[in-house]
Ligand binder design. Structure first.
Ligand SMILES: [Zn+2]
Length: 271
């Protein structure tokens, strides 16, 4: 099943799939063990930084082999690409899905570049996600609010032919300084107006009941990144500070287990 088909079927049933970013073999292992043990599908996501870190072919091969090995239904997705060369390279190397993020560009420019990304992806029958509005990235001002405008979103989806839209409804990337207030009214409006599945970015730190409510209002893909990265490294730090053992084959499994527990819990958010 292609990711487009999966997302459309989820849209019909008000359900969502978890999209988890991985950063190395260990975080990938934690995610896949959780998916296997919960019998859940999962989207494995890579950002440009993670691709630069692991190497494109290494990262894709590792993800594909992992899905086969753990017998998990899954897809490989490029998260937040802001250049078309990266999109093309990822499609060529076997990604099932890409996100072109032109959300910081002027509206017309975002449409223009997203359209090119859609055209490239069609050659590979790959899924295309785009973003409208402002979901603060790590290090950006999380106090600034710019919700996705419904009318703008309608035009954007019609013009570009994307398969899924990341919406700004009050989430931010990274952790929250104060309790996040999601704009469910806007989400519901967007869900009514658009025929395509919607995506929630910045779900790390959003309470379970809020994510579930968002899923009931058209969110079909829930992204988790920061919490995975932080869980892994904080557990490595903790185990190294508690013991003199420096064998990575006995210290890393503790952190992998923590990632697994985190992801197992996150599956409850989308089901
Ligand atoms: Zn994101």
């Amino acid at each position: 099943m292609t990711l487009q088909e999966k997302l459309y079927s989820l849209k019909k049933t008000d359900k969502a799939v978890l999209a988890a970013n991985f950063y190395n073999f260990e975080t990938l292992k934690g995610i896949l063990e959780a998916a296997q043990s919960c019998n859940q599908p999962v989207i494995l996501q890579l950002t440009q930084s993670s691709i630069d870190y692991m190497g494109l072919q290494n990262a894709v091969s590792m993800a594909k082999t992992g899905l086969d090995f753990y017998k998990v239904q899954g897809w490989i997705h490029l998260d937040h690409a802001n250049n078309l060369e990266l999109v093309e390279a990822c499609l060529k190397s076997g990604f099932d899905s890409i996100m072109f993020d032109g959300s910081e560009l002027p509206f017309d420019e975002n449409i223009k570049l997203t359209k090119i990304a859609v055209k490239s992806a069609q050659k590979y029958n790959a899924n295309v996600e785009a973003e409208l509005g402002y979901v603060a990235k790590l290090g950006q001002d999380s106090g600034k609010v710019q919700f996705t405008q419904t009318n703008e979103a309608k035009v954007f989806v019609e013009e570009t032919g994307i398969n899924a839209l990341a919406v700004a409804i009050g989430t931010v990337h990274g952790f929250y300084k104060s309790k996040p207030e999601l704009n469910f009214e806007r989400l519901s409006e967007l869900n009514e107006a658009l025929d395509i599945p919607l995506v929630m970015h910045g779900a790390s730190g959003i309470p379970k009941e809020d994510v579930r409510k968002a899923v009931s209002l058209g969110i079909c893909k829930v992204n988790i990144a920061t919490e995975i990265k932080n869980t892994f490294i904080l557990n490595v730090k903790k185990i190294l500070s508690e013991t003199d053992n420096i064998d990575l084959r006995t210290s890393f499994p503790v952190a992998i287990e923590a990632v697994k527990i985190l992801i197992k819990d996150k599956f409850n958010y989308v089901n």
